[in-house]
Design a protein. Structure first.
Lengths: 397, 176
């Protein structure tokens, strides 16, 4: 520290001296030659302000990075989806989850810290961030902790009206912590009856998936007190063909698509008690070798009714293998409309919700790609995006 | 309520849910796959039929039995994370200064030398940040986290003095 301070002092003196010398030498100012255009002359002084972002574009991509080799030092990157330039970054805690607001004004990170980095007193917290300044706005302590797991998108979500944030907790009892993000206040825990994850179904209700293939549906009052617990019938075979945790969820249309290891699609309406529609299969004749797989393996573009899924060739238990292709389906016709071979195989995808959406694909080797889904041309690619970027989020999804 | 009591309750929840669709024998197998807490384990029967079904193993075809620092070591068929064998520990010994977790999920791997299926407890070593060496991901028999007793993404440090994940061990606990 002392060496550092001394170096800083020397640098400061050096800067003052060089400034003084420049001033001395500048006295007999050499006139700019007449043939040099005035704009060619560099300004001699500039400001050093901090950037402020405009309102987030639906084509920006938010990339949550748990930094696996250094889990206590996570971050979230924000990039322009068209050219994948960096707009900014925020730090996060241990195995974080991110939640983007409905009105684009903020996002929240549910995260865990220890007072001495990797040891000391544990604190679990939801931190609010301003989407323009990228400043922290405040925090709410989660007194009962949170689920520590390789980050999964649906471990945290927001109620349909944007007021309540749900953070899944297995510590190791199963519950959902409820935070009123308008008041920035912790309301309490909802017992999920041994079921996991969080899928908002209304302004004051949320569903989780149970180990036996049911939904549990929880309704609560303004104080956060559980008022009703309902169980659905089993709707998938959790023993032999479980659904991936990373369903494609589109909150504004209240639609979700759960995908099973074998490739069945279960359309679900998240409006009150979840309603499961008739299932259909991703693979058709001739596709027998192909399977869905990866991590955040599915995305839904509501306006065009398109479902995107990462697919690879592989047998049973290859459910975490990254996709070599993205298959695109019209969910109304239940038919594949496109196959997009990826330049780098990717376990994780997302789609922007604007009219001419961008498809994002993220590799396990920190490469992010952006594709134009109207032409299927790659628009941009960025390598070395941190060390282990993992989950993708867009506003409006 | 201690954390291990809470862990027991969690597994009871899971077992009760699964019970609605399984035979008793199947449930006990799943409970057995979840609890590796000292004296608890020997009391739990294991459904060998199920274990044998689960091990229709692609992994074993290319697995080896000599180098535990490689991802294709036979016990790593469902291991996820940094190998403790590369971090100052071994398959069943935690690196110095870390805590051996008393809880885990249990996978079934085939030893290619004898062709037998063995139960492997994927117990984490906890209390220091990620070791960062020898990352391996095995997924044989692995299920989503709403089946926590069969999921390898979870920080399996429940019951240890710290929930900070350091590395993954692969402890042999019996024949399947």
């Amino acid at each position: 520290m002392r060496v550092y301070a001394m170096r800083f002092a020397l640098l400061s003196i050096g800067a003052w001296l060089s400034g003084a010398l420049v001033e001395a030498w500048a006295q007999p100012a050499t006139p700019i030659p007449a043939q040099m255009p005035p704009q060619a002359a560099l300004p001699t002084q500039e400001d050093h302000p901090t950037a402020v972002l405009p309102e987030p574009s639906p084509r920006w991509i938010y990339v949550l990075e748990p930094v696996f080799p250094y889990l206590v030092a996570s971050k979230m990157w924000i990039l322009d989806g068209d050219d994948l330039s960096i707009k900014g970054m925020v730090n996060g805690g241990y195995l974080p989850n991110a939640v983007l607001s409905h009105d684009k004004s903020r996002f929240w990170i549910a995260e865990t810290y220890w007072s001495r980095g990797s040891r000391g007193t544990r604190t679990d917290v939801v931190t609010a961030w301003d989407t323009k300044t990228l400043d922290p706005l405040g925090e709410v302590i989660l007194p009962n902790g949170r689920f520590l797991v390789v980050p999964k998108k649906h471990n945290a979500t927001l109620s349909h009206d944007g007021r309540y944030l749900f953070s899944f907790n297995m510590d190791p009892a199963f519950s959902l912590s409820v935070v009123d993000v308008n008041e920035m206040k912790y309301l309490g825990e909802l017992d999920t009856q041994g079921c996991s994850l969080a899928f908002a179904t209304g302004t004051n209700s949320v569903a989780s998936i149970c180990p036996d293939g049911r939904f549990v549906h929880l309704t609560f009052d303004a104080s956060g007190k559980l008022t009703k617990t309902e169980l659905s019938e089993p709707w998938f075979d959790s023993q032999n063909d479980p659904v991936f945790e990373h369903a494609a969820v589109h909150r504004p249309s209240k639609r979700a698509f759960f995908i099973s290891y074998d490739g069945w699609v279960y359309p679900v309406t998240l409006d009150g008690m979840p309603k499961v529609g008739e299932r259909w299969k991703l693979q058709g004749p001739g596709d027998e070798e192909w399977r869905p797989g990866g991590w955040q393996l599915a995305a839904f573009h509501a306006a065009s009714n398109r479902l995107f899924v990462t697919m690879h060739k592989g047998g049973k238990w290859t459910h975490k293998q990254a996709g070599d292709e993205v298959w695109v389906f019209d969910v109304a016709a239940k038919k594949r409309v496109h196959r997009l071979p990826l330049d780098h195989h990717s376990p994780t995808i997302a789609v922007s919700q604007d009219e001419k959406p961008l498809l994002f694909a993220l590799t396990e080797t920190a490469i992010l790609m952006s594709y134009d889904t109207t032409t299927w041309q790659k628009k941009a690619e960025r390598s070395a995006l941190g060390i282990s970027p993992w989950l993708l989020y867009t506003f409006g999804e | 309520m201690t954390i291990l009591d809470a862990f027991d309750r969690m597994m009871e929840h899971t077992a009760r849910r699964i019970a609605q669709r399984s035979s008793r024998r199947g449930i006990l197998a799943r409970l057995g796959t979840a609890l590796v807490g000292g004296a608890v384990l020997p009391l739990l029967p294991v459904d060998k039929t199920r274990a044998k079904l689960a091990h229709a193993s692609e992994f074993a075809k290319t697995a080896q039995t000599t180098d535990p620092t490689k991802c294709n070591y036979w016990r790593h068929c469902a291991s996820d994370g940094y190998l403790c064998s590369c971090c100052g520990g071994t398959v069943n010994v935690c690196p110095p200064g870390t805590y051996a977790s008393p809880t885990s999920w249990i996978g079934t791997c085939i030893n290619p030398d004898d062709g037998q299926a063995y139960l492997i407890a994927y117990q984490d070593c906890c209390g220091k940040d990620s070791c960062g060496m020898c990352f391996c991901l095995g997924t044989e028999g692995e299920m989503p986290s709403y089946r926590p007793e069969l999921n390898n993404d979870i920080v399996w440090c429940f019951g240890a003095p710290s929930m900070v994940y350091h590395c993954s061990s692969q402890v042999l606990i019996g024949k399947a």
